[in-house]
Design a protein around this ligand. Structure first.
Ligand SMILES: Nc1nc2c(c(=O)[nH]1)N[C@H]1C(S)=C(S)[C@@H](COP(=O)(O)OP(=O)(O)OC[C@H]3O[C@@H](n4cnc5c(=O)[nH]c(N)nc54)[C@H](O)[C@@H]3O)O[C@H]1N2
Ligand SMILES: Nc1nc2c(c(=O)[nH]1)N[C@H]1C(S)=C(S)[C@@H](COP(=O)(O)OP(=O)(O)OC[C@H]3O[C@@H](n4cnc5c(=O)[nH]c(N)nc54)[C@H](O)[C@@H]3O)O[C@H]1N2
Ligand SMILES: [Mo]
Length: 739
């Protein structure tokens, strides 16, 4: 352990970047790769979904983007010899970190029923095997999961495959991520996406960053925040932890930054109790109404439900708000004052708001505040849910969603002459329930690590084992390859950095960032093996096998020329006119967003809706802690880059739990003790063993530990109301001395 850092990036970040990329990729590949990240003619960074500024700098990437690239562009390989040497049981006993460090998967492999090892299989036989299983089950006995790295083109075809088959079972990582944001924003403003561009954030005069750790998870956002700051913005961070990136930022792309001069970012830090944000926003709502800070004209012209909301919010008890948030009334009043006097407010948020039982209400309440102040559809202001995976937003736009609206399904049917099913499919949590209950025979994953990213790890593992066939389209090894159905396939695919040639022609894919910008991504590195296929090719070849030559969708042509896929997307999804032409423009193009563009709200009322919500928060039961599960600086979700968490001062291990010093003493433990974490929920218990206690600044009664090590503790049924997102940020636990 060392002292937590008070600033992010700077020279250490550059050194970490270079050391890691040289080790994984060698000097030549590093040089070939890093300078193409996020450039107009390069590939989209496979890290986070933060957008690119208009005047892209030569190096438009960050330490963690470089780690993501090194992870994918590594020269290490996992081939048939590897699987001959290691049995599935051997692999199951290794850590996720170890599995990931083995290198890129190079061959399709199969685990036959009862077999101890994976063995090579030809692509043809693999497709036959999947087709056979799909023919033998009802459409709704198949589930098609997507992780957010999949390109627009592959995602569009993948959902088309599922819907041609007759199912809407399209769970995705978004169900565990920003689903609460989408649910809230759809209800409030009629579109589930953020309403700001990068320029809006840069020109805001008040930026609120709630429940987000940009220094680690969206490092390029620090550059945007620093620009906002230079333009005079005030920044308020709302977080149970004093995250380094929010406190200060040394821009590694500026000489002063390299030399270690950090720019203070957040002007105010509200160290809120876990789950206290709904109370905070309601308290702010009351104070703003009392101060007469509403934008009357905006409310009258564009909103519905203001009077009811104002009535309700005026009755919010400020003592409860103080208790729920752990903040002082003075802090809350000063925040209200900042919001009342600001002319351009942006609210940014991520998993600290979305992964709670009352997450949807919390985000609706944040939206209410911006509606009250007329902050939607004006430059320098708006809502900014900061997306996670680099194309998670694009995948949703392409129809990866278990409940796509009727207009989309109708357009899909019209374009392709298929009959899409209308009943909703399974989301992630419901897919696990269905597998657990024996209702699913085939589980296929387009990327991701379903076994480890999902809650209630033991329940999920049993659920996966219940399937007749599990199929993982992957770039690297992970535990979803060791926790399998009776028969299991690993299909190795190209990643973002890889050259994709079909029919002798270099192909491009496209992605959409957090700000609704769509742009091309073109990989250039020689693929890890000639056996790798693109995700597009895998979907098309599988579909041809499943549906035969008479199928109305031109699968064969799509696989040979991705422009044709974009031509079809253009006919199905609004906003993609002249897709092929516009996506080739230097910065791509911006998708329409009615509230942002013209203050139009496509909701049931035709207006932006003020939502009335009861106040919920997360009290700590006596002798217990409320645990949030979060990311270290050295991981990308379940991909573990290393065992350090530099900004939080942790070295060489991940099984740590951050606890307030007063709680450590009150619970009868000491800093450095090893404990088991036991979660308690509705009379059931779950256990994760061997975590070292680290004294850390967090509100009393609150704790933090890393995901996915803590996923066994998260009850499957503990989810956000309305969005069904696992409540990964509010797990009630007790600590027991490890034996
Ligand atoms: N390097 C790297 N980049 C990534 C990822 C990665 O793993 N590594 N993952 C990507 C993905 S998929 C996503 S979704 C994003 C995730 O980005 P983040 O949402 O930043 O990720 P978390 O680590 O879950 O951090 C949650 C933050 O919310 C705070 N928090 C927890 N509970 C509460 C609460 O109740 N209220 C408030 N106000 N704050 C709270 C935590 O202290 C923490 O700072 O990052 C993306 N980018
Ligand atoms: N406790 C807890 N659980 C959480 C969260 C949390 O905060 N706390 N966060 C949730 C969130 S926000 C998310 S988004 C999910 C993430 O859930 P997932 O997206 O399912 O998980 P990842 O770890 O991102 O998936 C990594 C794997 O993706 C594969 N992969 C990488 N790149 C490619 C590619 O280009 N193509 C293909 N085919 N495969 C690729 C590799 O094999 C790699 O091992 O986890 C959720 N789970
Ligand atoms: Mo995410």
């Amino acid at each position: 352990m060392s002292k937590p850092k008070s600033k992010a990036a700077g020279l250490p970040a550059v050194l970490v970047t270079l050391r890691r990329t040289f080790r994984e990729m060698g000097v030549r590949r590093t040089a070939q790769t890093l300078y193409r990240i996020n450039q107009s003619d390069g590939f989209d960074c496979p890290g986070c979904a933060w957008g690119e500024p208009k005047d892209r700098r030569h190096a438009e990437f960050c330490e963690n983007g470089a780690k993501a690239v090194a992870e994918e562009a590594t020269t290490k390989r996992v081939g048939p010899e590897f699987f001959a040497e290691y049995s599935v049981a051997d692999l199951a006993s290794q850590t996720g970190h170890w599995l990931g460090q083995r290198g890129r998967l190079t061959h399709p492999t199969v685990r036959q029923p009862g077999a101890e090892h994976y063995e090579p299989i030809s692509w043809d036989d693999a497709y036959d095997l999947i087709a056979q299983h799909l023919w033998e089950c009802e459409p709704n006995e198949a589930v098609f999961y997507t992780s957010g790295r999949t390109s627009n083109e592959a995602a569009f075809l993948y959902q088309l495959l599922a819907r041609s088959l007759g199912t809407n079972n399209l769970p995705d990582c978004s169900n565990m991520c920003h689903e609460s944001s989408g649910t809230a924003l759809n209800a409030s403003i009629g579109i589930g996406k953020g309403s700001v561009t990068i320029e809006d954030v840069e020109t805001a005069d008040l930026v609120i960053v709630a429940g987000q750790n940009p220094g680690t998870n969206h490092p390029r956002m620090l550059t945007t925040l620093a620009a906002a700051k230079r333009n005079g913005a005030r920044i308020i961070a709302i977080n149970p932890l004093p995250e380094a990136g929010l406190r200060a930022f040394a821009d590694p792309q500026k000489i002063t930054g390299l030399a270690g001069h950090a720019q203070p970012l957040a002007d105010d830090f509200l160290q809120i109790r876990i789950g206290g944000d709904l109370a905070l926003f309601q308290g702010l709502g009351r104070l703003l109404v009392e101060a007469g800070a509403e934008d009357r004209e905006f409310i009258e012209q564009h909103c519905a439900g203001y009077a009811e909301w104002a009535d309700h919010i005026s009755a919010v008890d400020l003592d409860t708000v103080v208790e729920a948030t752990g903040l002082t009334l003075a802090q809350i009043e000063s925040t209200a004052h900042a919001m009342a006097s600001a002319e351009r407010i942006v609210i940014c948020w991520a998993m600290g708001l979305t992964q709670h039982e009352h997450a949807v209400a919390t985000i609706e309440e944040a939206t209410n505040l911006l509606l009250l102040r007329g902050m939607i559809g004006k430059p320098g202001a708006g809502l900014c849910p900061v997306r996670g995976h680099s194309n998670v937003q694009g995948d949703r736009t392409m129809g990866i969603f278990e409940q796509m609206p009727e207009w989309f399904l109708a357009a899909l049917d019209q374009e392709f002459g298929i009959a899409s099913p209308r009943p909703h499919g399974y989301d992630t949590v419901n897919a696990i329930r269905a597998m657990r209950d024996g209702k699913v025979k085939v589980f296929m994953a387009m990327g991701g690590n379903f076994a480890e990213a999902t809650p209630d790890s033991e329940v999920t593992a049993e659920a996966l084992r219940n399937c007749a066939l599990t199929v993982q389209v992957s770039t690297k090894l992970n535990h979803s390859h060791t926790i399998t159905g009776k028969t299991a396939l690993i299909l190795p695919s190209l990643g973002r950095t890889d050259l994709d040639v079909q029919d002798g022609v270099k192909q491009h894919v496209s992605v959409e960032d957090s700000m609704s910008m769509v742009h091309l991504s073109t990989g250039r590195l020689a693929p890890a093996s000639p056996e790798l296929r693109s995700e597009v090719a895998i979907v098309c070849e599988l579909a041809q096998r499943v549906f035969g030559p008479e199928h109305p969708v031109a699968w064969g042509q799509f696989a040979r020329n991705y422009d044709l896929i974009r031509d079809s997307i253009e006919k199905v999804v609004p906003g993609f006119d002249d897709y092929n032409q516009r996506v080739r423009a230097r910065d791509g193009f911006l998708l329409p967003h009615p509230p942002r563009d013209s203050r139009e709200f496509h909701t049931g009322t035709g207006r932006a809706n003020f939502a009335v919500n009861d106040l919920h928060w997360v009290p700590t039961p006596a002798g217990r802690l409320v645990l949030q599960t979060l990311r270290s600086h050295d991981q990308f979700n379940t991909t573990i880059y290393g065992l350090d968490d530099r900004y939080r001062g942790v070295k060489g291990g991940r099984r740590v739990i951050f606890v307030n010093p007063e709680d450590i003493a009150a619970l009868g433990h000491s800093d450095g003790d090893t404990v088991d974490l036991v979660s308690e929920w509705n009379g059931t218990e779950r256990r994760a063993e061997g975590f070292r206690i680290v004294a850390y600044s967090t509100p009393p009664g609150n704790a933090a530990a890393y995901y996915p090590e803590t996923n066994p503790l998260i009850p499957l049924d503990h989810v956000a109301k309305r969005s069904n997102t696992p409540a990964s940020k509010a797990v009630i636990i007790r600590l027991e001395k490890s034996r």
